[in-house]
Write a protein of this length. Structure first.
Length: 171
């Protein structure tokens, strides 16, 4: 049974329009730099945390491009889609249903969110978010770098999720 996560997470008084998750977090939490491999590990950890929660979570992920939703990641999202209250994946070329139970949102190539890697997990008693921005290294470079922020501040995670919901619900 899908839980009441969204109505239990009150919207913030105001989410400034046009701000990306990284924009919302970078002035409130420390920004760090890491390789793509490190971010993959953090992202996977948060996504697996979502599977262990007692209440069905909201999971929203911006993956830059649909090609990054493949293999083990697609399998994981398929499982999240079975268990989550709302599961969405955003990226360039994202199909409307990239995995069963997962809402897909296609981003335009000029959309600022298309350069970010975001994972948001929100449940009644848990919140975690990763927001990262590509620093412009060559795609496919194993040392590709990102600036990133991670937070477990549930109120801040709720604010990030509310900033993404209009895109998800419009799809």
């Amino acid at each position: 049974q899908r839980g009441p996560v969204l109505h239990e997470a009150r919207p913030p008084r105001s989410v400034p329009g046009g701000l990306t998750p990284f924009d919302l977090l970078r002035d409130r939490k420390p920004v760090k730099s890491a390789s793509e491999a490190v971010l993959r590990s953090i992202s996977s950890h948060l996504e697996h945390d979502a599977l262990t929660l007692r209440e069905p979570p909201v999971v929203i992920a911006a993956l830059q491009d649909e090609r990054f939703l493949s293999g083990a990641t697609r399998d994981l999202f398929r499982e999240l889609g079975r268990r989550g209250a709302l599961v969405a994946a955003l990226g360039r070329g994202m199909s409307p249903v990239p995995a069963p139970g997962v809402r897909g949102v296609s981003l335009g190539s000029r959309d600022p969110l298309a350069t970010q890697w975001v994972v948001v997990v929100l449940a009644p008693h848990f919140g975690a978010a990763l927001a990262a921005v590509d620093v412009g290294d060559r795609a496919g470079d194993p040392g590709r770098r990102f600036d990133y922020v991670v937070t477990y501040d549930r109120d801040l995670v709720a604010e990030v999720s509310w900033s993404l919901l209009p895109r998800v619900l419009a799809a």
